[in-house]
Design a protein around this ligand. Sequence first.
Ligand SMILES: [Zn+2]
Ligand SMILES: [Zn+2]
Ligand SMILES: [Zn+2]
Length: 269
Amino acid sequence: MKLYKFEKLSQKLDLLNFPEVKESRFEVVRKDFSEEESKGNITFKDDGIYLMMNGIEHKGYMYIKIADVDQFGHPKFHISNCQTIIQQQEQNRFHGHYYWSNSNIVDIQQRRSSKIHKDTILELCYNCRITANISDYNNTQGFFELLDIQDKEPQNKEELDIRGYVKKWQQISKKFRIENKFTCDNCKIKIENKFDQRFIQVHHRNGNKLINNRENLQCLCVLCHANIDERHTENFQNRRSVFEINTFIEKYKDELISLNNQFINNYIN
Ligand SMILES: [Zn+2]
Ligand SMILES: [Zn+2]
Ligand SMILES: [Zn+2]
C-alpha cells in the first residue's frame, strides 16, 4: 500500500519552500489502532489522536478499515472519542476495526470484497467536528497540510524573515493557537474575545525559533511568556511589550488572580 504520492508531496514542499523531504522528522504512518492502544501508545488530545512512536508523539486520526463504500460512500475519519466511536464500541464494532494514520490519503477495503478504494481523501466526522470545534480543515488532506507545515524545519536562510522566524511563522502560530483554543498552557487563561487573542502567544520551548513541531511549541499568555525565563524577561522590557502586558493585565486582572497566575502579583501593588 502506498501511504503517500511522493510527487505530490515534493510539489507541496516546493510550494512551501521546503528543500528536502528526507531532512524532515515527519513520517507518514499507518498503524492498527487497537494494537497500538493496547500497547499504551495512543493518547486522545483536544486536537487529535496521538501515537507514540520511538519516543516521539505523532498527531493523527483514526478511520475504519473496511466499509461498504459502494453503497454508503466513503466513511468519515475521527480525531476524538466521539459519539460515533462510542456507539461503535458499544456495538462491538470498534476493536480491531480501525487504523490510526496521519496521511492525507487512505486506502479503504470494500466490505465483502477484495476491492480496495485507493488514495481516498476522507471527510471529518460530524460528531468530531462538534466535539473538537474544528474550523481549520474538513478532510484528511487539510488535516495533513496542517501537519505538513508544522513538522518541518527549514534549512535555508532565505526562508527566514528579518527577525529569524520562518516565513510561515504567522500561519503556524495562528494555527497552533486555534488548536489550543487560545488558552495559556501555564496559567490556563482562555481568551475568547477575537480582538484580544494577540495576548496569547506561541513560545519555542527549546529557544530555537526554527523548530516548529508541536513538541517544541507552547501557547502562553503574554504575562506568562514574559516571565518564563530570564532571557524572556529581558526581551519583554521594550516599550511595546510593557504596554502590551499592562493592557492585558488591566483587562484580565480578575481572571488572572482567580486562576492563581504566579506572576500577576509582581505587577499589581
Ligand atoms: Zn468522530
Ligand atoms: Zn498565562
Ligand atoms: Zn518564548
